[in-house]
Ligand binder design. Structure first.
Ligand code: UDP
Ligand code: MG
Length: 312
């Protein structure tokens, strides 16, 4: 198998036919040894039956279907585990990432790059608020982490099998694949593209999922928030020490004690806030450790191309 495409699918019934057509066109131009892998992340629409239909008609198409919604990053991981190609493309199922770009990526891949990621020079059809949020997230992440995670890139990329092997050696349950790939290293390069708006349907990434992905990215690749917690502790201690001296001097030297309620309530609520924030930061790391320690399977496959064939 020369090349595989891994496509996570969550309620993409309006995109699948177009996706299949454009992807088959592109991959068949690269090699006749290609496969298109759809990973159905428990779609609520008719995505799964459409995928099954395609797999029946065309044996270049394979699929996995999860027993529940495990999320985009896990769907991509599962697709990578299931893929057989020497080179594997990861691409969203909503046609925001043009499949045609894979040809250009493949040319770079043939020059010897192990990772060719797609860098977004513009985003169409995204609200100003989301644009600012994305832009600032990538820049904050860059400041926080020691590894260089490329700015303004998603998971749309072409990777070599050796990268998949290393990804499989990384045990974390809360995946942040673009960070993991940056961490792995090797010769990496990029191609630029304009990101299209979603072809059909709605985003499967509400704010809560985006926030989780952002925190996974930060906690997975940086311990700076923990250091921030301890420096905040030191700063607050120094400040409160100064306040203590001030209070004692006004009490005993000037005989005019500070008035009670205002100063008390300010310091109590301030310290309370600082403590909750730092506990929260520690909690984020501990909750991820606890998921890792449990070592549950990353995903559960309810059915795939092979199980379907056995039944026949
Ligand atoms: N997706 C998924 N599971 C989810 C949410 C999304 O597999 O729980 C898939 C979705 O079908 C798409 C990709 O992940 O192929 C990116 O999601 P989406 O386009 O909704 O995110 P956005 O581009 O709006 O950030
Ligand atoms: Mg999308």
């Amino acid at each position: 198998m020369e090349i595989s495409a891994v496509i996570p699918i969550y309620n993409e019934e309006g995109n699948i036919p177009q996706m299949y057509k454009r992807m088959s066109d592109v991959l068949s131009q690269i090699s006749s040894e290609y496969e298109i892998i759809f990973v159905n992340d428990y779609s609520k629409d008719s995505s799964l039956s459409m995928i099954k239909e395609l797999a029946k008609e065309d044996n270049h198409v394979r699929y996995i279907s999860f027993s529940r919604n495990f999320g985009h990053q896990v769907a991509v991981s599962a697709g990578l585990d299931y893929s057989k190609g020497k080179a594997v493309a990861i691409i969203d199922g909503d046609l925001q990432d043009p499949p045609e770009l894979i040809k250009e990526m493949y040319e770079k891949y043939m020059e010897g790059y192990k990772v060719v990621y797609a860098k977004r020079s513009s985003r169409k059809g995204v609200s100003i608020f989301k644009k600012i949020a994305y832009k600032s997230f990538y820049r904050i992440l860059d400041k926080l982490t020691e590894i260089k995670i490329p700015l303004d890139t998603g998971d749309f990329r072409l990777i070599d099998r050796v990268i998949i092997k290393h990804l499989q050696e990384m045990p974390e349950r809360n995946k942040f694949i673009r960070g993991q790939i940056a961490w792995i290293g090797y010769k990496q390069t990029f191609v630029e593209y304009d990101r299209d708006p979603r072809f059909s349907g709605e985003t499967g990434y509400p704010f809560s999922k985006l926030l989780k992905l952002a925190i996974d990215g930060i906690t997975g690749f940086s311990s700076k928030p923990l250091k921030f917690a301890s420096s905040m502790g030191i700063i607050v201690s120094i400040f409160s020490f100064l306040v203590i001296i001030y209070a004692l001097i006004s009490q005993f030297v000037y005989n005019s004690p500070l008035r009670g309620w205002t100063s008390l309530i300010i310091s109590v609520s301030f310290i309370g806030g600082v403590q909750l924030i730092t506990i929260g930061i520690i909690g984020e790391y501990i909750s991820r450790m606890s998921t890792d320690i449990k070592k549950r399977p990353l995903y559960i496959v309810e059915e795939n191309t092979e199980t379907e064939e056995e039944e026949k």
